[in-house]
Write a protein that binds this ligand. Structure first.
Ligand code: BTN
Length: 334
């Protein structure tokens, strides 16, 4: 009930909605509506009530809760089972536990969202700083019928979804640092960690975990020079705007669903690589490829249909695949 009332108030964009209308739409008593409004106010929503006019949503603070998230979701299937946890070790670990312990349950498309992670995981065994209320930390659990060799491209698909979602909600234009990061003004704003359980030709489950820096103003020392947040970048752009994590999540999931369905048709990036290229921060830049078989430099050109980064080494084009190597900018992080 709370979720549905919230949706109606939001759809009316600050206009009054009468209590009577709410009762009729939802087939409940005035007292039930009043109670739901009271709970929403207690949760921090600024709702103005005026006799004979009804209720109006005056301001939405950055609340991350089950009903706030559900009221922002417009996907066809992704995240329809969405689980918000105030605190968890890692949303990736929580998603994995669901896949491994929920026999017979259809968990494809579940999303786990956390207010705080106590053991947020980054790539290559690193940690992901996840203090309460600062970032958007979430994982989606998937069981696609694909060749396990094609799974790593889901990281690229999520990269595109976050770039698009951030642009829609904030008007900022981040770009992708192939393959796992999204950057703004040369600093990292999103990290993606895709983990898979598979047999040689069969995917048991895939977890795509994403951390978006939303309102941090400080970062741990080791990433202070390379990380930024939406809040810092909006301030830098002279924009006084607070970002709703639930709204941002809704936009990212919507875009992921869209791009994922295109990816799934061919199980590769052929339908997405052009748009991906336009989002790529490395494009046309000099990069150093840290290949265990020997480091080299070149100019990043874009990706191919396998999601490999194409690097021009003076006429010879190398294909860099994400598992094996890391790519650095020569003149900085990107
Ligand atoms: C990286 O850049 O190293 C990847 C970071 C991925 C962080 C996210 S936060 C939500 C999800 N849960 C985790 O434990 N990690 C991912």
């Amino acid at each position: 009930m709370k979720t549905r009332i919230l949706q109606v108030l939001r759809q009316n964009q600050g206009e009054y909605v009468s209590g009577q209308e709410l009762c009729e739409w939802f087939g409940v008593s005035r007292t039930a509506v009043w109670k739901a409004i009271k709970q929403l106010k207690e949760a921090g929503y600024e709702i103005v009530a005026v006799r004979n006019r009804g209720y109006r949503l005056a301001a939405v603070p950055d609340i991350l809760s089950q009903s706030e998230i559900a009221s922002q979701l417009q996907t066809k299937w992704l995240g329809h089972d969405i689980r918000y946890l105030e605190e968890v070790d890692s949303t990736n670990a929580a998603a994995k536990r669901i896949a491994e312990t929920s026999n017979g349950m259809d968990w494809h498309g579940i999303a786990i969202v956390a207010g705080k992670q106590t053991a947020g995981r980054g790539r290559r065994g690193r940690t992901w700083s996840s203090p309460q209320g600062t970032g958007l930390f979430f994982s989606i659990l998937l069981k696609p019928e694909i060749d396990p060799n094609n799974a790593s491209m889901l990281t690229l698909v999520m990269g595109m979804a976050t770039v698009k979602g951030i642009a829609e909600i904030t008007g900022l234009h981040p770009r992708i640092k192939w393959p796992n990061d999204v950057v703004l003004n040369g600093k990292k704003i999103v990290g993606i960690l895709t983990e898979m359980s598979a047999q040689i030709d069969y995917v048991n489950h895939i977890v795509v975990g994403t951390g978006i820096n939303v309102s941090q103003t400080r970062f741990p020392e080791e990433i202070a020079d390379t990380a930024t947040s939406l809040k810092l970048e909006l301030q830098e752009a002279g924009r006084d705007m607070s970002v709703s994590r639930a709204q941002l999540l809704g936009a990212v999931l919507m875009n992921f669903e869209y791009y994922y369905e295109i990816y799934l048709k061919t199980q590769d990036m052929s339908g997405l690589m052009e748009e991906y290229g336009a989002m790529l921060a490395n494009c046309g830049k000099s990069v150093r490829v840290l290949d265990p078989l020997g480091e080299y430099e070149g100019t990043a050109l874009g990706i191919n249909d396998r999601g490999e980064l194409l690097v021009d080494r003076g006429g010879e084009i190398s294909r860099v695949s994400s598992g094996e190597v890391s790519v650095r900018g020569i003149y900085g992080y990107v």
